[in-house]
Write a protein that binds this ligand. Structure first.
Ligand SMILES: [Ca+2]
Length: 291
């Protein structure tokens, strides 16, 4: 995601090799909405409408409708495993939030990735963190090259919030990265784009759209990825296309997370106006194979 990597040093990249563990970080257990304090999501007719246009005619390769009572660990893990992370539960200094399993909640057919202003003592890496986030990854469980990838989701509103739906390579290289829908709450901006090149010489192809629409209702966010071409979609309509040799060719996997921005730019981190706890709600993830 755009800024997160700029604070990295090669030393920080080396730390990512530390063994990850499922640290619970000492927060209260939250099994559902009654204990998370997050308001239940409103009706989401958008998500039940027929298949989004870019997916028509493509075979469904993999999906999760989040209709169970807890996260399907045959499809997902909650540990970060990619270049640039500082540990299994913390991305890097662009983030203020530490990932805890308690912030990954399934409720009423939706995945809820909660962010909270609740300081935790983390172990992976060790430290005290002001905020918590929910994080899931399909690394080692689902990955493919090309095809159409879509979520139906509602984003949280609030200064400093930074939830996202993104793809990174199964082989742990970086770049590339495809940011399908990356929400910056402070500037009320949605970023879609591609990181390419060779670290540290990274090229960004980016599109921004502004306004609170992602937070006021359910919408479909997708990317159609084919050789030499990537097109981003919102509610089935194309919003931005990248063409050229920088389009990735290697299999990639899915990351979904809530969380908070820590840097002074892009409107800065959360403040007293930010509603906590809040939730990035996802009705489904569907991935289609290319024809
Ligand atoms: Ca669902």
């Amino acid at each position: 995601m755009t800024k997160r990597w700029r604070a990295l040093s090669l030393g920080a990249v080396g730390l990512m090799l530390a063994t990850a563990s499922l640290a619970s970080a000492g927060t209260a257990t939250a099994q559902g909405e009654s204990t998370t304090g997050v308001t239940a999501p409103t009706a989401n007719a958008t998500c039940t409408q027929p298949t989004s246009q870019p997916a028509r005619g493509l075979p469904l390769a993999w999906h999760d409708e989040f209709s169970g009572r807890s996260l399907d660990t045959s499809r997902w893990s909650t540990v970060m495993d990619f270049p640039g992370r500082a540990g299994g539960h913390y991305h890097n200094t662009s983030y203020g939030s530490y990932a805890v399993d308690e912030n990954v909640v399934l409720s009423r057919g939706r995945l809820r990735l909660i962010a909270d202003n609740k300081p935790v003592v983390g172990t992976d890496p060790a430290g005290t963190y002001q905020y918590t986030e929910g994080f899931i990854s399909s690394h080692d469980k689902f990955f493919q090259a090309y095809g159409y990838w879509e979520i139906c989701a509602k984003f949280p509103t609030g200064k400093g919030l930074w939830p996202a739906f993104w793809l990174i390579p199964q082989d742990r290289s970086w770049p590339p990265e495809i940011d399908v829908a990356e929400w910056f709450g402070s500037i009320e901006g949605m970023h879609s784009g591609l990181a390419s090149g060779n670290w540290p010489d990274v090229r960004w192809d980016s599109n921004w759209s502004y306004g609170l629409t992602p937070t006021t209702g359910w919408h479909k966010y997708g990317v159609l990825w084919s050789p030499g071409r990537i097109t981003f979609f919102t509610d089935g309509a194309p919003t931005y296309t990248v063409t050229g040799d920088q389009v990735p060719t290697k299999p990639m996997y899915i990351v979904l997370n809530s969380g908070t921005w820590a840097n002074p730019d892009r409107g800065g981190p959360p403040d007293a106006t930010t509603p906590f706890p809040n939730s990035f709600d996802i009705d489904y993830v569907r991935v289609y194979r290319a024809k």
